[in-house]
Structure formats: structure tokens, C-alpha cells
Design a protein around this ligand. Structure first.
Ligand code: NDP
Length: 460
């Protein structure tokens, strides 16, 4: 047994450790080469096992084995033509993980790294995350190994239409409702939803993250970043503190990062970094007002690189690195999975880090998570911290079903209430004396609802 597992399981019984090992060795055998999927499941299994040993009904019914075997995995070819007339081929996926508590729900990712392992980890996490919101949503994820970078709008459109030509068979307002993720924003949702309408011949909310003109919800594009900040603010408030006055590191510069920075500013904090896959910028004066608007235009309209921000505002740009070496109070990883390793986590802690809000999904490597937990800082894992995005997607579905459109204030108030509830659930299941283990709280809180529904259904 490696050092990582030893430290991660500190404080749980030898029986629980053995059970986790035996469960994980079966899972690894059944899903060879799927590192990200193993990592996500193992973290959950480690926190759930002591609870399941105390409540053997979940073990007897093999709930965890069933929850980690997706309901179905669809893989399909996506052929399209680039502007030069060349034929191009990509691989499309939809992982429908679990629909015990509602129709499948989860984003679509377009990125060259997309593979089965990454989408299975995301679909599994999504199942627990959606349960935490208390809205009726099952878990799914999908996407393609397609790289939108450098493609023209016409190429993106042709790809999205070809992708939807196949995906349409598997989605629907009461069946499976996809949304955006990395590489899939309002432009891509527009192209896909438009093509869905042509084929399905009915106007229903079969996708979320839609434009406001065709059934989208106000606050949806801000929801993941705003929700992440609301959650961190809740954690800090519980200890008599707040984001106000805190220096914050943000990674990424896409949808989640932009609105995390926006809300940090609203709450009186100072976001000093942003990044993309080429490097990061450090602006000690804070990315605010006109500078934030510049960043948004740069990434959403011009589709440029983060280095352009440093050039415009004469601040530091560090190529090929992530921002975790900068001294700060709070860290908001908002780019991608496994973007904080153990050494970086230790540097952050050495520099006086008080808390982490994971806007991205599983941004901390296992050993980094262990370091944060061992240091007993305020550590908000992704399935709790970034649940605001899917929560407002759920609210978009409700508005579509009612053929109503709620105001910005109404949606934002509901989002804040949902994040507060998720925080309370984490405290309920994760309190350890004065400190809260939010990883345990989120895993248990998300698991119980799905597991109880599965128990009620018998062997299905
Ligand atoms: P975007 O595509 O809008 O932005 C992604 C950002 O992350 C870009 O700055 C991108 O840089 C950077 N990035 C992506 N992949 C890598 C990589 N391998 N290494 C370094 N940087 C990378 O995506 P979102 O903001 O929507 O998503 C970000 C994270 O948040 C993801 O983990 C996603 O799953 C999660 N999330 C998103 C939700 C949403 O509502 N959109 C909801 C919940 C979670 P570059 O442009 O150079 O690629």
C-alpha cells in the first residue's frame, strides 16, 4: 500500500481500509487504464466506507458497485468537413451514469484530452453533485476529443451539427439534458440546440446553458463561479470571517474563472491571477472593472491568449506555469482536473493559505487533497463548490417547463439559497469537532439520496 493511501485513510478502521482496497481492486480490473475514474471513485469510497460499514444495507445491495457502473456509455463517430474541404473525424461520447433521482444531467466537453476515463469520472462526480443540490437530476457527462481552438465559427457549427445528429437519439427534456463544460459555451450550445430543434421537431428544454433569446436562464453563465464564491463565503462566515480583504488566486480564464473573479470583487476580495494552458498572469492590483471586462472580451470574443492581458496592463506573465506559487489567502482552481499537485499544495499552505474553492472538477490531485485535509484548512471540494452551475441549469429546466422567465434577482436568490443548503448538508455529514471535513460531508450528503432511491427500486 502506497504512502498516499496510508495518509488518506488515517483515522479510519483497518476493516474499512481493507474493504476500500478490495472494492478498488475490482474497479481497477473492470476499468483498466482509466486513471481519472479510479481517482474520483477512490476518494469517494474512502470517505463512504466507514458509513457503509455502519449501515450494511448499502453494502448488501452493492450500491457503490452499481453506482460506479454507468447505466450506459454511448460512443459514436463525428465526421465533419473543415473550411478547406478536408474530411475530419472525431469521437463523441455520452455517459449516462445514474438516473435514480431524476433525468440525466451533465455537461458536454470539447477538448483534445477527452476520453472515456475523464468522462466517466465527471459523470460519477456529477451524480453526487446533482444529488447535493436537492433538485431532481441524475448524473451524466459527454463530449468529444475535438479541439475548438483555432477553428472558424463555420467549422464549429459543422462539428456541433454533426455531433448533435447522433446525440439527439439519447437526449430529451425528461431523459437527458446536456449543458456546457470546457470548450462548450453559449456559441456551441446555440449550434447544437438549433440542430436539435430541426431533428426533434419540438421546442423543449432538452439542453441548458441556452441563450436568453431561446429559453436560457439569467445567471446561468455566472452560476458556477458565483456559486463557488457563495460557498467559500459560507465556509468563512461559519468561522467569523469572509472573502472581504482576502487575496485570491484564480486559475483558468474561461466561464468559471471569469465569474469567480467577478464575484470575488463583489464580495470585497482581490483576485490577482488568471491563466490558460500557456501560462498565468499576476496582477497584484487586482483583476477588476475595465481589466475584467478586457479579460472577458479577450477570451469570449477575440478568443486570444492570457499573455495579451499582461502585455496590455504591464503585469507579470509566467509562461508554462500555474499560479500556485503566488502568496495568497484563498485559492480558486477554475481550469481543469489535476491542476494542483502535492508540491503546489504544500507551497500554498506554506504561504498561509486559509481556504480552497474548487470551481473546476477535481482540480486537486489526491495527494494535494490529503495535504489540504491534513492542514485542516477550509477546503471546498468541487462537487459542493461548483454545484451552482448545474443548480441553475436545473432552474432553467423548471422555467422552460413552466414557460416562464425569472428575473436576475430571483435566480440569484435561489442560487444563494441552494449553495447555503449544500453547505449545511456538508456540515451535517462532515463536522469533526470544530473543523468541517467538506470532502466527507459532500460525498456522504450526495450519496445518501441516490443510494436510498436505488434501495427503494430493488435490484435494477
Ligand atoms: P472554459 O472552456 O470556459 O475554460 C477553461 C479554462 O481552463 C481555459 O482558460 C483553458 O485554457 C483552461 N484549461 C482547460 N484545459 C486545460 C488544461 N489541460 N491545462 C491548463 N489549462 C486548461 O471551461 P469552463 O470554465 O466551463 O470549465 C472549467 C472547469 O470548471 C472544468 O473543470 C469544468 O468541468 C468545471 N465546471 C464547469 C461548469 C460550467 O458551468 N461551465 C460547471 C461545473 C464545473 P485554454 O483556453 O488555454 O485551453
Amino acid at each position: 500500500m502506497g504512502d498516499t493511501i496510508m495518509s488518506a485513510t488515517a483515522g479510519i478502521s483497518a476493516t474499512a481500509i481493507e474493504e476500500v482496497e478490495s472494492f478498488m481492486s475490482g474497479l481497477r480490473k473492470r476499468n483498466p487504464g482509466e486513471g481519472e475514474f479510479h481517482q474520483a471513485v477512490e476518494e469517494v469510497a474512502r470517505t463512504l466506507m466507514p458509513f457503509m460499514l455502519e449501515n450494511p444495507k448499502y453494502i448488501d445491495a452493492m450500491i457503490l458497485e452499481r453506482m460506479t457502473e454507468p447505466d450506459r456509455v454511448v460512443i459514436f463517430r463525428v465526421s465533419w468537413q473543415d473550411d478547406a474541404g478536408n474530411v475530419r473525424v472525431n469521437r463523441g461520447y455520452r455517459i449516462q451514469c445514474n438516473n435514480a433521482i431524476g433525468p440525466y444531467k451533465g455537461g458536454l466537453r470539447f477538448h483534445p484530452s477527452v476520453n472515456l476515463s475523464i468522462l466517466k469520472f465527471l459523470a460519477f462526480e456529477q451524480t453526487l453533485k446533482n444529488s447535493l443540490t436537492t433538485l431532481p437530476m441524475g448524473g451524466a457527462k459527454g463530449g468529444a476529443n475535438f479541439n475548438p481552438k483555432g477553428k472558424s465559427d463555420r467549422e464549429i457549427m459543422r462539428f456541433c451539427q454533426s455531433f448533435m445528429t447522433e446525440l439527439v437519439r439519447y437526449i430529451g427534456k425528461d431523459l437527458d439534458v446536456p449543458a456546457g463544460d470546457i470548450g462548450v459555451g453559449e456559441r456551441e450550445i446555440g449550434f447544437m440546440f438549433g440542430h436539435y430543434l430541426r431533428i426533434a421537431r419540438e421546442f423543449t428544454g432538452a439542453m441548458t446553458g441556452k441563450g436568453l433569446a431561446f429559453g436560457g436562464s439569467l445567471i446561468r453563465k455566472e452560476a458556477t463561479g458565483f456559486g463557488c464564491c457563495y460557498f467559500v463565503e459560507e465556509m468563512l462566515n461559519r468561522t467569523g470571517d469572509g472573502i472581504k480583504g482576502k487575496v485570491c488566486l484564480v486559475s483558468g480564464s474561461g466561464n468559471v474563472a471569469q465569474h469567480t473573479i467577478e464575484k470575488i470583487n463583489h464580495l470585497g476580495g482581490k483576485a490577482v491571477t488568471a491563466s490558460d494552458s500557456d501560462g498565468f498572469i499576476h496582477d497584484p492590483d487586482g483583476i477588476r472593472d475595465e481589466k475584467l471586462q478586457f479579460l472577458m472580451d479577450l477570451k469570449n470574443v477575440k478568443r486570444g491568449r492570457i499573455a495579451d492581458y499582461a502585455e496590455k496592463y504591464k503585469c507579470a506573465y509566467v509562461a508554462g506555469q500555474r499560479p500556485w506559487g503566488v502568496k495568497a489567502d484563498l485559492a480558486f482552481p477554475c481550469a481543469t482536473q489535476n491542476e494542483i499537485n502535492e508540491a503546489e499544495a504544500r507551497t500554498l499552505l506554506k504561504n498561509g493559505l486559509k481556504g480552497v474553492g474548487e470551481g473546476a472538477n477535481m482540480p486537486s490531485e489526491e495527494a494535494a487533497t490529503d495535504a489540504f485535509l491534513a492542514a485542516k484548512i477550509l477546503y471546498a471540494p468541487s462537487k459542493a463548490a461548483n454545484a451552482g452551475g448545474v443548480a441553475v441549469s436545473g432552474l432553467e429546466q423548471t422555467q422552460n417547463a413552466q414557460r416562464l422567465h425569472w428575473s436576475r434577482e430571483e435566480v440569484d436568490t435561489k442560487l444563494q439559497a441552494i449553495m447555503k443548503d449544500i453547505h449545511a448538508t456538508c456540515v451535517k455529514y462532515g463536522a469533526e469537532g470544530d473543523w468541517v471535513n467538506y470532502v466527507k460531508g459532500a460525498n456522504l450528503g450526495g450519496f445518501v439520496r441516490v443510494a436510498d432511491a436505488m434501495l427503494a427500486y430493488g435490484v435494477v
